[in-house]
Design a protein around this ligand. Sequence first.
Ligand code: HPA
Length: 282
Amino acid sequence: MKNSVKASVGIITGSGFDAFFKQAEAVRVDTPFGDPAPISITDIAGRKVAILARHGSNHGNPPHRINYRANIFTMYILGVKQILATNAVGAINRKLKPGKLVVPHDFVDFTKLRHNTFYDSAPVIHIDMSEPYCPEIRRALVLASEKHSEDICKKAVLVCTEGPRFETPAEISLFRSLACDIVGMTSLPEVVLARELSICYASLCCVSNMASGLQPAQGVDDLTMVADRKRVAMEQVLKEAISLLPSLRSCICATAVKDTTLQRLERYAKGIPFNNRRLQSL
Ligand code: HPA
C-alpha cells in the first residue's frame, strides 16, 4: 500500500456537492474490501480534507450497493480522524419540514443486506454505541448552522432503511412508534464502521420530504429540488464546522478501539503486509 497523501478530516456527501470537488485533487486508494467511491483531497479552514461522494460519479451507486467498508477504510488509510457526512432524509416527526437541517444523535438500524462490520472474525469486538454520533462534530455542526442563521434541529433519532424503495405508510407508523424522527437510506453502516476504526463521525441531514403517508406521493425530482435548494447552505455549514472542530479529540470515539485488531489495521494503513486472511477474503 503506497499512500503518502494524508488528510485529517473527511466529508462524505450524497450527490450534487460538486463545488467541493472543483479545487480538489483526485487520489487513488486500494483497500482489502474492494474499490471505494472516487475520493479527492482539498484544503478547508487550514485542514486537509478528503471528500468522497458515496454514490460515486453521476449518482451511479444506489444506497444498498455502496461499498461502505471500502469508503470508510479509505478514510482510515488517509489518516482521517473526523468525518462529516451529509444525508437526505424524510421527516417522520411532523414538526420537521422539508428544507430543515437536522443533526441526529442516535439511530435505529433497519438495513438488511449490508456488510456492517470490520470485525467479522476473531478477536471478537463489540463496539460501544451508547453515543453513536460524535458529540464534538455534532456541536461544531450546530454552532456552524447557527452562525449561518440556519434553522437546525439539534437532536433526532434517524432510522436507516435498506431501500432503494421508499417506505410504506405502515412502516413509517411503526418507526414513529419507535421514537424515530427522520428516515434515510445511507447513514448505516457508515456511522458504525467509522466508530469501529475510532474515527469520529456525525451527520448533517437535510429533510427533503415528509415520509410516506404524511404527504401525497412525490417523485425523486421533488426530493432533489429541496436538496438542491439547500446545497449551498449545507456547504457553508460544513466548511464552518470544519473550522470549529477540535484538532485534539477528547470524545468517546477517539478511544473506541484499542487492541490488536486496530494495530493490525494500522499496519496495513502504513503499508506493512496485511496478514488477516479472513479480512482479505471478504
Ligand atoms: N425515506 C428514505 N430515505 C429518504 C427519504 C425517505 O422518505 N427521503 C430522502 N431519503
